[in-house]
Structures are given as C-alpha cells and as structure tokens.
Design a protein around this ligand. Sequence first.
Ligand SMILES: [Fe+2]
Ligand SMILES: [Fe+2]
Length: 199
Amino acid sequence: MPERHSSMSPTVTSMIRLDHMHVLAAFHRYHADSSWWRKRAIVNSTCDALEIHAQLEEEIFYPALATALPDDPTLVKSRPEHDEMRATIARLRGMGPENAAYDGLFQQLMREVIHHVADEETILLPAAERALATELRSLGTTMTQRRLQLLKERPAEIAVNTAGTFPVATFLLGSALVLAVRYCLPKSHRRQWDHSRDD
Ligand SMILES: [Fe+2]
Ligand SMILES: [Fe+2]
C-alpha cells in the first residue's frame, strides 16, 4: 500500500484494542438460556474472530515487538497462550450447544481470553507504543491487508456464522471494512466519507 494510505491507517495497537473490545462484547452477548442456534452463531463467529486475531498478532505484531523486546516474559508466553485458546476452540467446535459441557467450555475460553487480553493491554501494547512509535501505522496497514487475505480464505464460514451476530462481524472485519469501503468510493465522495467518520 502506498505511503499516503499507510499514513491514514489506524495504528496496529488501536486495531488490536478494537478487536479486543469487540470480542469482549461478544462474550457478554452469550447467555446460557439463549437458543441453541444463537449460542452456536456467537461461539462460531467469536472463534473465527479469535483465530484471525491471534494469527495477525503472531505474524505481524509479536515479531515487530520482539525486535525491540526479545526477552519480554509477557511476549514470550503469548504464543503458548494462543495455543491454549486454540485447543479450547477445537474442543468447542467438536461439540454442539446441546452438550452439557458447551456453556462451561465457552466460559473457560472467556477466562483464557480475558486473562491474555489484560496482559496485552496493560503490558504489550503500551510497550509497543514506546518502542515502535514510528512503525505503528505501517504495521496497522500490514495488518489490515493480511486481515483481508485471511477473510477471503473463509468467506462462506464467516457469512454463515455472523448472520445472527452482527457486532461480531464488525470485529472480524475491523478496520479492513473501513478501508475497503473508503477505497471503493469515487474520489469525490472520499472526503465526505472521511468527514462523516470524524463527526
Ligand atoms: Fe494475543
Ligand atoms: Fe490480542
């Protein structure tokens, strides 16, 4: 992406915070007494979003931070924590909402993610903002491009799973959607779009 596009991209740390906010909101929308189809839609779309988020962090954010803080203990344990989360996701995908263990397993995933997100938000993101200040926007651009690629790899799955969970869809798409919409607009409409988003 040309530099002028990079300068308009959200920073990588603000994109990560936005992803976190959306997944935590999705957790709050899950209730044990909800219908089975709503539970499954929330669980599947949340798992899709978490998998994509973890992959983006591992491919783009963690390696960049590791160049500045290679031995940071919170950074070192981040990938193993993603792997724990992936194992819980695999168990959830292997059962249906009718299973008595489904609610408990989703709560376990919530606890794992909340603990992990707290470490990222209190330690890793502030550390990145100190150590990588000049790279945060270009890393954000790279993350947006990679997110679009990953979304293309599973369009049907995401369309089905987000059908009843629109707020989670915004998490999956995140700023990728914002950039995609902006660049699809004719030039004459872009300024209007930008102003409307600033209001
Ligand atoms: Fe993470
Ligand atoms: Fe994260």
